[in-house]
Ligand binder design. Structure first.
Ligand SMILES: [Ca+2]
Length: 404
């Protein structure tokens, strides 16, 4: 009878092909009256419903003549959601990660802050606006942030995701993009949003950490009011992708990475480059992913179509040398950990520091597993990933647009 199910933080939706019915089980923190209103707003053509019970906050709703696909997509905006700010340098993997975040019913994205990185910050802003447009989540505010690192000139942008960050295949850029940005600077927005929601916001950092370093310089209490920080960046085995020992996000602004890892004392989780690569997925899965026949799927297929970073052949002489063949969507690992901490099955708890000197190691993250640095603050360095759950989150991210 039941052929589809999804479980997310106390919400379970079952639909049956025969009756086109849905059962919604709610945990005790949910506001049932708001949910009923929301279902009516989302599905205004509801023919009828029968409310069976509110006992113990268990709520079963039967609907008829509503396609299951619609039901699977209805919003859980009235649920208790995790508040999130995403800081990004929007390349292709950031686009994937943002899609995953906006698709997750358990997240409420307060804003997306932009930083230089994969491309210049103007392109990053445009890329974020475009991704939100594809997913029909243009209500999420986007803020422009740092255009370069704290110290020194901006390094040449990597062409890993094309010069525009999204694979150099987009022909029609939105001439009105600047008008769609918020006027407030990204760093001010981060400080304001966190101060307004103390100890409630998860900050997910997917690019160079410049905005985060600036935030703590402008407001030293910023990090104290964060619920948690999740970073994609750095390395844990001394293997580098843009330098011998350095990972891209940290190498683009080593001083900012240093400041963040020394001064952010909130709970911190790090998806290093090696973590992502060691938990790579099969290229066959990538093919399945980009062949989702949805606006998001078609968009992802287009932006990866000419990008060597998503080429099985091009990777043979690069990442594969260390880790063997596989497809890696770096930033999505950090968002997945934020959505569901059980996606990470093993972590290393230790102090870390970023090397700022040296010809070979500048920008490298060092793990202090023997506590030689005598740092009291320890972070959680992700080690292994539940790939089944990760695949599910990736697939859900491309089934968009989808109302939350
Ligand atoms: Ca990124």
């Amino acid at each position: 009878m039941v052929h589809t199910s999804r479980e997310t933080h106390g919400v379970m939706v079952h639909t049956s092909r025969e009756t086109h019915g849905v059962m919604v089980y709610l945990c005790s923190i949910c506001d049932i009256d708001n949910l009923i209103m929301h279902i009516y707003n989302t599905l205004p053509i509801l023919p009828k419903y029968n409310l069976n019970s509110k006992d113990e906050a268990l709520f079963i709703l039967f609907l008829t003549n509503v396609p299951p696909a619609q039901l699977i997509c209805f919003s859980t905006a009235t649920m208790a959601q995790k508040l999130v700010i995403i800081d990004t340098d929007a390349g292709i993997d950031d686009a994937q990660a943002i899609m995953m975040a906006v698709a997750a019913p358990s997240l409420q994205i307060l804003g997306i802050t932009c930083c230089f990185g994969n491309t210049d910050v103007d392109n990053v802003c445009q890329n974020v606006l475009l991704v939100l447009s594809v997913c029909e989540h243009t209500q999420i505010p986007v803020f422009q942030g740092a255009a370069g690192p704290l110290v020194g000139a901006t390094k040449a942008f990597s062409d890993h995701f094309g010069t525009d960050g999204l694979g150099d295949v987009l022909e029609d850029r939105d001439p009105q993009w600047k008008e769609k940005l918020q006027r407030e600077h990204a760093v001010n927005a981060m400080i304001r949003l966190v101060a307004t929601n103390p100890k409630q916001v998860s900050l997910v950092a997917l690019g160079p950490l410049t905005n985060l370093a600036l935030a703590i310089r402008l407001d030293p209490s910023f990090q104290q009011n964060l619920k948690e920080l999740v970073i994609m960046g750095g390395n844990m085995e001394g293997k580098g992708n843009v330098s011998l020992c350095g990972e891209f996000n940290f190498v683009m602004d080593p001083e900012s990475a240093f400041i963040v890892l020394e001064e952010y004392l909130c709970p911190t989780r790090i998806a290093s480059w090696e973590y992502c690569c060691r938990n790579k997925l099969e290229w066959e899965f990538f093919e399945k992913l980009i062949n989702e026949d949805t606006p998001a799927g078609r968009f992802m297929k287009m932006i990866t179509s000419k990008c060597w970073g998503y080429s099985k052949e091009a990777m043979l002489s690069k990442r594969d040398v260390y880790f063997g063949p596989g497809f890696v969507s770096y930033d999505a690992y950090a968002v997945a950990a934020c959505i569901d901490s059980s996606v990470v099955t093993e972590s290393i708890e230790c102090a870390v520091r970023v090397e700022l000197q040296g010809e070979l190691c500048r920008g490298m993250m060092v793990l202090d597993q023997r506590n030689k640095l005598n740092k009291s603050h320890r972070v959680s360095v992700m080690k292994t990933c539940d790939l089944t759950k990760f695949r599910q989150l990736l697939m859900a991210s491309l089934k968009q647009p989808c109302r939350k």
